[in-house]
Write a protein that binds this ligand. Structure first.
Ligand code: 3HC
Length: 284
């Protein structure tokens, strides 16, 4: 099937990045947020990224203008009625996601594909909460969305072959490198990344080294772009804690159990870069 108009629900860090890459790839893109203030903040993030890209010589001024012309914002479901494909990128809350799908189903056509950018919820469970379980899948992007090349395409038990093929081709059309991941907690990347990050916290708690030395070790010794604690702060400690809990609940293996320090940092509000403090301080 041909995708021309794309909807994105949620204009936070991930949603705005997703909307940006869709608009940059030539799709008419409409991004929906609950209120105008958050919407304008998200659209402002897209504009800043593109302006910075022009200043760095990475984005042509015409490409920036075309991307912004393809992109519009809304606070209604009605504005998404003509979308061929809608990517939901809201908070990781099953009930809130269900409410979004129910709202969308009152306006869209029967052909519209729904995708979730969830990093950990069960795609089959999300699909089953809609009236289109065959036209539902997971499309998991990585932060920062405009820069990271990978997306994971996840089939629910109910996803049809046609939907899967359309979504895979759509991901390629965004200039991304898709891989097919199973509908299991963490899919492929977080399944391997999260235990590594949790292990780094446990090792730090056990006195393996300073935060700086562990980060430096993994960055310079293994060629990773960021050490584990810089990456934890970048991803968000609350996000990591949330994913770890879902993985531990499903697999019951100690490797996925969130370490006590992670839990306490989240309880103390130290979420990483976004809260100004995580393992490192970002307060100015
Ligand atoms: N417009 C266009 N291009 C831009 C740009 C802009 N505004 N800003 C930066 N870029 C380009 C740069 O030119 C550069 O391109 P090049 O490699 O061709 O020269 C590239 O993007 C990298 O940008 P910077 O030089 O500004 O920054 P760094 O080199 O410091 O890289 C980083 C930053 C990409 C964030 C890197 O540190 C990294 O890859 N970190 C790891 C990120 C990661 O692991 N993400 C996944 C997290 S897990 C996840 O998201 C899953 C979830 O479910 C938890």
């Amino acid at each position: 099937m041909t995708i021309k108009t794309v909807g994105v629900v949620g204009c936070g860090l991930m949603g705005s990045g997703i909307a940006q890459v869709c608009a940059a790839s030539g799709y008419k893109t409409i991004v929906r947020e609950v209120g105008d203030v958050v919407l304008q903040k998200g659209l402002g993030r897209v504009k800043k990224f593109l302006d910075d890209g022009v200043a760095k010589g990475k984005v042509a001024p015409e490409a920036r203008d075309t991307t912004l012309a393809n992109l519009s914002g809304t606070t209604t479901f009605e504005a998404l009625k003509d979308c061929d494909l809608i990517i939901e990128a809201i908070v990781e809350n099953l009930d809130e996601k269900r409410q979004i799908y129910a709202g969308l189903e009152t306006v869209v056509g029967a052909h519209t594909i729904f995708l979730s950018n969830t990093s950990s919820l069960c795609i089959t469970e999300l699909a089953a909460s809609t009236k289109r379980p065959d036209k539902f899948g997971g499309l998991h992007f990585f932060n920062p969305v405009p820069i990271m090349k990978l997306v994971e395409v996840i089939r629910a038990l109910t996803t049809s072959d046609e939907t899967y093929q359309t979504v895979f081709a759509f991901a390629q059309s965004l200039g991304k490198e898709p891989i097919t991941a199973p509908d299991r907690p963490g899919f492929i990347v977080n399944r391997l990344l999260v235990p590594y990050l949790l292990d780094a916290i446990r090792a730090y708690e056990n006195g393996l080294g300073t935060l700086e030395d562990i980060d430096k070790g993994m960055k310079l010794g293994c060629g990773y772009p960021m050490g584990p604690f810089t990456l934890l702060d970048f991803v968000g400690l609350d996000t990591t804690y949330y994913i770890a809990n879902i993985m531990f609940e499903e697999f019951r293996e100690p490797a996925y159990a969130p370490p006590p320090l992670l839990k306490r940092m989240v309880l103390a509000g130290r979420m990483g870069r976004k809260s100004g403090r995580g393992f490192y301080s970002y307060e100015k």
